[in-house]
Design a protein around this ligand. Sequence first.
Ligand code: NAD
Length: 254
Amino acid sequence: MTTRLLEGKIIAITGASSGIGQASAFVFAGHGAKLVLADVNEQDGEAAARKIRDSGGDAAFVRADVSDARAVEALVARAVERHGRLDGAFNNAGIDGAPGTVAECSQENWDRTLAVNLTGVFLCMKHELAQMLKQGGGAIVNNASVAGLIGVAALPAYVAAKHGVVGLTKAAALEVATQGIRVNAVCPGPIRTPMMDHALRAGLVKEEDMLSMEPMRRLGSPEEVAEAAAFLLSDRASFMTGHAMAVDGGWAAW
Ligand code: NAD
């Protein structure tokens, strides 16, 4: 028998229309969670929510751009309106930004990458934590990256934002550690998602280069990240907070 890690928990997922976020929606639903899915891509987000409902689960979709403070506030309010509380959140929405060195990075690319990948996580946590403090408990998982633990050349805004997510995770975890709220991060290595497929197609990265860097000699699946996030959101991880957990086939262990 498989253990349902998130039975009855109300969980919000950002970036839920594609890749790791969408896989998490299906994995968390399989673990018994009731979901509020958010993304800027309405069509695929609505379709994911419908698929979960059609198979007997509970999921609603809300359009929200995580870099928009009002949209994020409305997203958390919608979850609380629908379910009366928010037990967990997977702050996953992210973009890779344009490739190039620090000298080549435009300010526009820098600003947008930071706005989505770092300010987006800050805005989500700000409103999620306010609700969790009010209700007296909860768990948050932020999606950082191995690029939040180690450097990657020619992706400066992404690497800076993801290191920021790891720092913000630790700072928030310390603030709420005695209040029944845990805050952790997952740090995926290369995962086969539409974001990765785009980078491969555009020639920004070569699959053979990644496989040669990857101790397991394969890319990860979105479900492998989703299961790690489900564990961190669950009561099984009750003594874990402030942790940035690599889900990377050993990449960060080199
Ligand atoms: P993806 O492009 O497949 O999915 C990202 C989703 O986020 C999309 O549905 C997109 O519409 C949504 N999104 C983008 N900007 C948004 C915004 N402003 N507001 C709300 N939603 C927005 O990418 P993915 O590979 O599944 O990446 C998900 C997360 O995992 C990202 O934070 C990414 O940095 C991180 N990550 C991915 C990998 C990888 O190899 N794929 C590795 C490490 C970390």
